[in-house]
Ligand binder design. Structure first.
Ligand SMILES: Nc1ncnc2c1ncn2[C@@H]1O[C@H](COP(=O)(O)OP(=O)(O)OP(=O)(O)O)[C@@H](O)[C@H]1O
Ligand SMILES: CC(=O)N[C@H]1[C@@H]2OC[C@@H](O2)[C@@H](O)[C@@H]1O[C@H](C)C(=O)O
Length: 365
């Protein structure tokens, strides 16, 4: 049993960009944020990234045992460095995501981690939502609402996460509770770093475009971007979510360009898909608060400003840690699951009612 009141939760996220495992501590009662604690990062080696990439798109299958072990071991290594933790939230590695067929797959067994860490672990956050007809993603939005209160925002703000895929949460902090009508609207915006990382790997053997240097040396092909934005996804009314490689056509379209122009085109596609996303928000948010690795890419930040004409700032501007927001989110959501509180709603995943997903595994003696 989780003790009442504020607890110390540790969250771990291994996202779609496949760069590594982020882990971070939060103090919360599952509603308000009392504070943040330490964090750590455990990068995947190039070999580990290749092993993960090789199984993208796969559904649960006993042959994935070795990769599951790789994921569990990497998480155990980073999570074992924390102490005095009441609860762990373990996202796992998304390999495949197809909410339209009621399926999403996060590889990694939370029971294994509960046993190794000797701590209760909440995991499998997305299945219940997709089984009830929701998108199963994004799930960070309930946390974003709590964050907007924590930073004392008094006008609508948007949290934009730029990981492998982009997702946005529009928050109206004037609403008293996350469950209130109009409190949040969230959805995936489009591809973010994943296609850029893949391009860099194919051309140069690097796993990302450090500081956007390649993209900044190129010119975007607006014709390709326009064609990409013609995809029905961008006109679709949210909530909506994406698989990592949902826009394979974009990577093919930039195939004939040199690496600089290709990278610049992928950056423009990312930024302009965010601009399209803002058209779905109830009002124009006062600020775009950017988290995730994309905020460290100046080519993306510049393109975002041009495409949206919004104030585009990293979440560090409001005192948050943009590298750790998702890990903190899954710590926060773990507490909500343990307390029986919902983690998604019609305005975040499109599920018909509020849903509290997640499995709680206790350590076995
Ligand atoms: N200095 C940098 N310059 C350019 N890109 C960067 C830089 N730092 C990080 N990135 C990009 O950010 C990515 C990591 O972002 P992040 O950690 O938010 O991803 P993630 O957790 O896998 O995401 P998600 O789960 O949201 O898809 C890297 O793979 C890289 O593409
Ligand atoms: C299925 C899945 O793992 N989706 C991720 C992915 O990465 C970003 C975007 O697509 C978002 O929808 C989600 O992650 C974040 C953490 C979320 O659920 O809020």
């Amino acid at each position: 049993m989780l003790k009442p009141g504020i607890v110390t939760a540790l969250g771990a996220m291994s996202g779609t960009s496949l760069d590594g495992v982020d882990a971070a501590v939060i103090q919360t009662d599952g509603v308000t944020i009392a504070g943040f604690g330490p964090s750590a990062y455990r990068p995947y080696s190039v070999e580990e990234q290749a092993a993960l990439k090789a199984v993208l798109g796969r559904w649960p299958d006993p042959e994935l045992e070795d990769v599951a072990e790789l994921i569990e071991t990497a998480h155990a290594q980073v999570l074992a460095g924390f102490n005095a933790v009441d609860l762990v939230g373990f996202h796992g590695q998304t390999l495949a995501h197809d909410p339209d067929s009621g399926r999403t797959h996060q590889l990694g067994d939370g029971q294994v981690l509960a046993d190794v860490l000797e701590c209760p672990v909440v995991w499998d956050f997305r299945s219940a939502d997709v089984q009830m007809g929701g998108q199963g993603a994004p799930l960070a939005p309930f946390f974003h609402f709590a964050l907007a209160k924590y930073i004392k925002a008094d006008a609508p703000v948007a949290f934009l996460n730029l990981g492998g895929v982009g997702n946005i949460t529009y928050v109206d902090p004037r609403r008293p509770k996350v469950e209130a009508d109009g409190a949040i609207l969230a959805f995936d915006t489009g591809p973010a770093n994943a296609p850029i990382n893949d391009l860099m790997m194919d051309w140069f053997g690097y796993d990302h475009d450090a500081d956007g240097a390649t993209a900044l040396a190129g010119t975007a092909d607006q014709g390709i971007v326009d064609q990409f934005l013609n995809h029905s996804y961008f006109a679709r009314i949210p909530p909506k979510s994406l698989d990592r490689d949902a826009f394979a056509g974009l990577a093919e379209a930039v195939d004939g360009l040199g690496p600089e122009d290709a990278a610049a085109t992928l950056v423009a596609a990312c930024a302009q898909s965010v601009a399209r996303a803002l058209e779905h928000c109830p009002t124009r948010p006062e600020r775009l608060l950017v988290a995730g690795g994309g905020r460290k890419n100046p080519a993306i930040m510049q393109a975002l400003y041009y495409a949206t004409q919004c104030r585009v700032v990293p979440v560090e501007d409001v005192g948050l840690d943009g590298d750790m927001l998702e890990a903190q989110a899954f710590a926060y959501l773990a507490v909500r699951v343990a307390r029986g509180l919902p983690t998604s709603s019609p305005s975040t995943t499109g599920v018909s009612a509020h849903v509290g997903g997640g499995t709680l595994s206790q350590p076995r003696a």
